[in-house]
Write a protein that binds this ligand. Structure first.
Ligand code: ZN
Length: 209
């Protein structure tokens, strides 16, 4: 009779097997629900970005402001030496390398202007309109619409003083930095391809005027 009755130990064993199965089952369901929710949330966020800026999932970069001001350039007080905040991450890395290489050769580079947000570029344009009187004249000096500026995209730097810019023009291309415009000796743009292919020919100006 006793042999047909499960012992206490056997009952505990069966119960613990059952509860282990239940625990695993619950864990599996929780994991699936959390992953599905995560995936939906992720997709939902992507959709929101597309909704705000149709066709431009990375438009956020253009809203990132650069420093509006900065300390004076230690070797020429007419210029600033801004923090390189807001530059695209690969450009920031390349800027640090360029500055270190210059420093090794006794040349100090000042970042007179780097990253600008779309709003900062628009403000520069508005100020130029006030200064020159018309939008047509202003657009000869400041890019408009603001999205066209490589500063807004985060891959351009204005380097001063001119002696330092000249050093970059001579030595920067191996690190991907090239001067782009005949009328802007201080303006350099980063492109990893420049380090192997060399700099493209200068164009007259950023504004095409
Ligand atoms: Zn520039």
């Amino acid at each position: 009779m006793l042999t047909d009755t499960p012992t206490l130990g056997r009952i505990i064993e069966i119960m613990s097997k059952t509860s282990r199965r239940v625990v695993f089952g619950v864990l599996l369901i929780v994991t699936l629900v959390v992953s599905a929710g995560g995936a939906l949330g992720y997709l939902g966020r992507l959709t929101l970005v597309f909704d705000r800026h149709p066709g431009k999932p990375l438009a956020i970069l253009e809203e990132v402001p650069g420093p509006p001001d900065g300390p004076k350039c230690p070797i020429d007080a007419r210029y600033l030496d801004e923090a390189p905040d807001g530059l695209r991450p690969d450009v920031l890395q390349a800027w640090k390398l360029l500055r270190a290489k210059a420093s090794e050769q006794g040349v100090q580079l000042c970042l007179n202007d780097g990253k600008r947000s779309r709003q900062q570029q628009q403000k520069e344009f508005d100020e130029a309109v006030e200064k020159f009187g018309t939008e047509e004249l202003a657009s000869k000096y400041v890019l408009n619409p603001p999205d066209r500026s490589m500063h807004v995209i985060g891959l351009a730097v204005d380097i001063q003083p001119i002696e330092s810019a000249k050093w970059v023009e001579k030595n920067g291309s191996t690190l991907g930095w090239c001067r782009r415009y005949e009328n802007e000796q201080w303006h350099f743009e980063y492109n990893a391809g420049y380090s192997t292919g060399g700099c493209p020919a200068l164009v007259p100006s950023a504004t095409g005027s």
